[in-house]
Design a protein around this ligand. Sequence first.
Ligand SMILES: Nc1nc2c(ncn2[C@@H]2O[C@H](COP(=O)(O)OP(=O)(O)OP(=O)(O)O)[C@@H](O)[C@H]2O)c(=O)[nH]1
Length: 361
Amino acid sequence: MSSASVKKVVVDTMNQDLAKRLERMGISQDITCSQPPKDNLDRAKKQLDFADELISGTVKNDFLNALGTVINYMSEAIFVVNGNGVFEMINPLAAQLFGAPREALIGQQWCDFLGHQHKDEYLSLFVSWKKCHELPSNHGPKEVVIHRADSLLLDVDLSLSCLPASQTGSENLFIGVMHNLTTHKAEYHELKRQARTDRLTGLANRHEFDEMLQTSWNDSINGHQPLSLVIIDVDYFKLFNDRYGHVNGDRCLQKIAQVVEKALPSRQCLAARYGGEEFALILPNCNARTAELTAKRVQAAINQLSFTDLGLHPSVRVSVSQGIAVEVLGQYRTPTALVCAADTALYRAKSDGRNRINLSL
Ligand SMILES: Nc1nc2c(ncn2[C@@H]2O[C@H](COP(=O)(O)OP(=O)(O)OP(=O)(O)O)[C@@H](O)[C@H]2O)c(=O)[nH]1
């Protein structure tokens, strides 16, 4: 339908909102709104639907007509906003991402559906585009958070491109293409978690340990706070494996990991699997006394571990040897030196007879 025939349309409607929306589209002067006869609500409804089609742009001109048809068939989430950031068209997939029916979205401010952290950026983008005398450059793709109509937050990747006034027949319009990132994000976070976690025990792995040690070291030096490190090694674990099998050996390491994690004095601290049957505790802001108390808690709980649930005799027990080093007065020049000191203390605990705690002095 041409824009000339659009001007002939008369809409009977109770919906004053719709009249306002039509007004925003610049066609209000051609439409009269009156109360529909009570017995003719169906007709009024049809006219409303038709008027919505007008608003959605599908019959504005040949170009927009074609665009409206095309985006409705696209398997991408696509919407069109005018220079004021008001939704003019929206395809079903985009409406799904915004969490509302298309009719409810048309005429609304697009930026109202942006996460608060992005609003200013896009509002000023539209202001600068409006002022710009040349064709505005495209924006994105960029990761943004959509604040859906149902209040849920959704991560999407968004790009905005300009449809020039020469094509639209009126003003510059902006076409937004979105991709739902929810699945990718979830996979990314899961992969990130796996990359930092020891698969057998669920504790932090060596990679996470190294990073956390460096961060804690920097904080300790800059904040003049102590930093304690405890290295824990299971005693005679080869014998445990040889006697009870590697599967039970794995279960034993899992039990030890639980004990070690529970013994941490605060949430700032980290328990990691350092190597095969070795664990390590990073204790930021903890002095030697706290580190020793923590090591004693680990020792007592591990000595009490029972393996009857694995079908082993109640007399089966394990122990660990522990080495502690504490950075407090700048005596260790690097985090590696701190690890070496804790390792040497552990070696002494082993040679002194095992099931012991040794503090590096
Ligand atoms: N089941 C199991 N065993 C492991 C794992 N990682 C390392 N080990 C075993 O841990 C044992 C370590 O043996 P050693 O280094 O000789 O030390 P140990 O027998 O504990 O003796 P000390 O440390 O001197 O008290 C080896 O038998 C490894 O196979 C694991 O993930 N699962």
